[in-house]
Design a protein. Sequence first.
Length: 191
Amino acid sequence: MPTKKLISLVTPFYNEEDGIAKFHSASLTLIESLPEYDFEVLCVDDGSNDSTLSLLLEVTECDSRYRVLELSRNFGKEASLTAGIDQANGEAVIPIDADLQDPVELIPRMIMKWEEGYEVVLARRSCRKSDTFLKRKTAELFYCIHNKLSSIKIPDNVGDFRLMDRKVVDQRGQELILDISARVMSQFCAL
């Protein structure tokens, strides 16, 4: 029997005690819906000062697919994502927010595109109606300024929610990443 491919979910947590049960339930539903894959869920505690860490450790006691990385203090989301990605063992790695603002339901489609040969699958927000006016305008301004100043263009409304092949994860920070094919997926928005 062939070995199942391992998918790593990497999630930073900072004072998320109220959302851990919901995150666990949603990620477990995802895992159970894809029995043809093995999963690991790396939960990175970014120096929380509430009961986030102890609740995450309780999850790991019940389910060995979940692992907790404890940072010594709050380093910020980007540093905690980097720490989690560095520890991920999967053939594909998917960063996802603990508050589930990234729709877990897109992950099977992302995996399907990866299986088609894409090394990076980006999830792009096609609708920002739930965001405040200020958040929409600052996001628009960020993409505009970044793409005018940088030789590496970022598609509008693409955040951390993406799937990266192991090859991409291993090459992060090197120029080879510029040559890797990418596919932008649109998230549908109810009007």
